[in-house]
Ligand binder design. Structure first.
Ligand code: CO
Length: 145
């Protein structure tokens, strides 16, 4: 497996509206998507784009707000009431190959490979097997984003 681009950093927030205002007003972000619900994951998400000169999409910040107290993000916010960095996500070309690569090293994968917030296959790796970092692996086709 070859590590791909850093696709996004997942940031948990108690209020996606407040976080959008922060990125717009304090950070000067100009490209922020409309928030949308992912009920099967129990979260509302939106993406803050960081621009690049190449014309390729820049690395994003994925803002994540829990839809209910049952959301896994609610537990994170209980420990981090202001929100903060939740996970990092790297691209790979082949999600099955990546899964086998990590499993072959005895790394724990959290649940099945599923369709993530970007509409592409993803899985998460246990932070205790990943130097403390909850890590998302996302399949992105070679020819684009
Ligand atoms: Co993510």
């Amino acid at each position: 497996m070859k590590l791909g681009r850093l696709n996004h950093i997942g940031v948990a927030t108690p209020s996606i509206a407040d976080s959008i205002a922060h990125f717009r007003n304090t950070m000067g972000a100009t490209a922020i998507t409309e928030p949308f619900d992912l009920p099967e994951q129990g979260v509302k998400v939106c993406f803050v784009d960081t621009p690049t000169d190449s014309g390729m999409n820049g690395t994003q910040v994925e803002l994540i707000e829990p839809l209910s107290d049952a959301s896994p993000i609610a537990g994170f916010l209980a420990k981090n009431p202001l929100g903060g960095q939740h996970h990092i996500c790297f691209e790979v070309e082949d999600i099955e190959e990546a899964r086998q690569w990590f499993e072959g090293q005895g790394k724990r994968i959290l649940g099945p490979t599923r369709i993530g917030a970007h509409g592409t296959p993803i899985f998460f790796l246990h932070p205790k097997d990943m130097m403390g970092q909850l890590t998302e692996i996302m399949e992105v086709p070679k020819d684009g984003h």
